[in-house]
Design a protein around this ligand. Structure first.
Ligand code: IMP
Ligand code: MG
Length: 190
C-alpha cells in the first residue's frame, strides 16, 4: 500500500497519511503570514538580547527554521528532543530523548514548539529550563489547541489557535509520516 497517497495531486484538498484521511486546513500562505507575525514580535521584544531559540524535536524543526530565517536580530539555536504522542493522542507521559546541553544561565531563551496541546511537554521542559537559571524564558508555538490545554504557563507567541482536532503537515506527523506536507491538514472524522 502507498503510505502517502495524494488524492488529488494538483489541489491536494485531501491527503492520506498511513490509513487516515486528512483535509486541507491551513495553507502555506497563511502559515507564512503567521510565522512572520511571530518573528516581528520576537525582533521587537529581543532587540539587543541575542536570544537562544530552543526548538523541540522532531516536530518543531520546520517552524524553527522558517522562524529563525525571519528573525533579523542576532540569535542562536539549539535542540532538545521530547516525545509524548503515540498515534493520534497523547500518552500523558513525556519522554526526554535529548536533553539541554547548553549553558543557559543568564541567557534569553525562546522555546520553539510546533504545537501545544495538553501542555504537558512544555510544562516539563519549562521546569527543566528554569532550573538552569536563564535570564528569561518565553514560549513560541506555531499551533495552540486551547480546548486541550491543561496547564497554566503563559504562551508568549502563538502562530495560530486551532480547534481540538488532530493535524499533520508543516513538521507535524501521524506516527512519523506527513511532516513533509507544506500545508497543514486536519483529520477527517467519519
Ligand atoms: P502536549 O504535551 O500534549 O502539549 O503535546 C505536545 C506534542 O504532541 C507536540 O509537540 C506534538 O509533537 C504532539 N502533538 C500534539 N497535537 C498534535 C497534532 O494534532 N498532530 C501531531 N502531533 C501533535
Ligand atoms: Mg513535538
Amino acid at each position: 500500500m502507498t503510505t502517502f497517497a495524494y488524492f488529488n495531486k494538483f489541489d491536494m484538498t485531501k491527503v492520506q497519511v498511513r490509513e487516515l484521511v486528512f483535509e486541507k486546513f491551513i495553507s502555506r500562505e497563511e502559515i507564512e503570514t503567521a510565522v512572520q507575525r511571530v518573528a516581528d514580535d520576537i525582533n521587537r521584544d529581543f532587540k539587543g538580547k541575542n536570544p537562544l531559540l530552543l526548538a523541540i524535536l522532531n516536530g518543531a524543526f520546520i517552524f524553527a527554521s522558517d522562524l529563525m530565517r525571519k528573525i533579523t536580530i542576532p540569535c542562536e539555536i539549539s535542540f532538545v528532543k521530547f516525545a509524548s504522542y503515540s498515534g493520534t493522542s497523547t500518552t500523558l507521559k513525556v519522554k526526554e530523548l535529548i536533553g539541554v546541553d547548553e549553558e543557559l544561565r543568564g541567557r534569553h531563551i525562546i522555546i520553539v514548539e510546533d504545537i501545544i496541546d495538553t501542555g504537558i511537554t512544555m510544562d516539563k521542559l519549562l521546569t527543566d529550563i528554569q532550573a538552569k537559571q536563564p535570564e528569561c524564558v518565553k514560549v513560541a508555538c506555531f499551533c495552540f489547541k486551547p480546548e486541550a490545554f491543561q496547564k497554566v504557563f503563559p504562551i508568549d507567541y502563538i502562530g495560530m489557535s486551532i480547534s481540538n482536532d488532530f493535524i499533520v503537515g508543516y513538521g507535524l506527523d501521524y506516527n512519523g509520516q506527513g511532516r513533509n506536507l507544506p500545508d497543514i491538514y486536519k483529520i477527517v472524522k467519519e
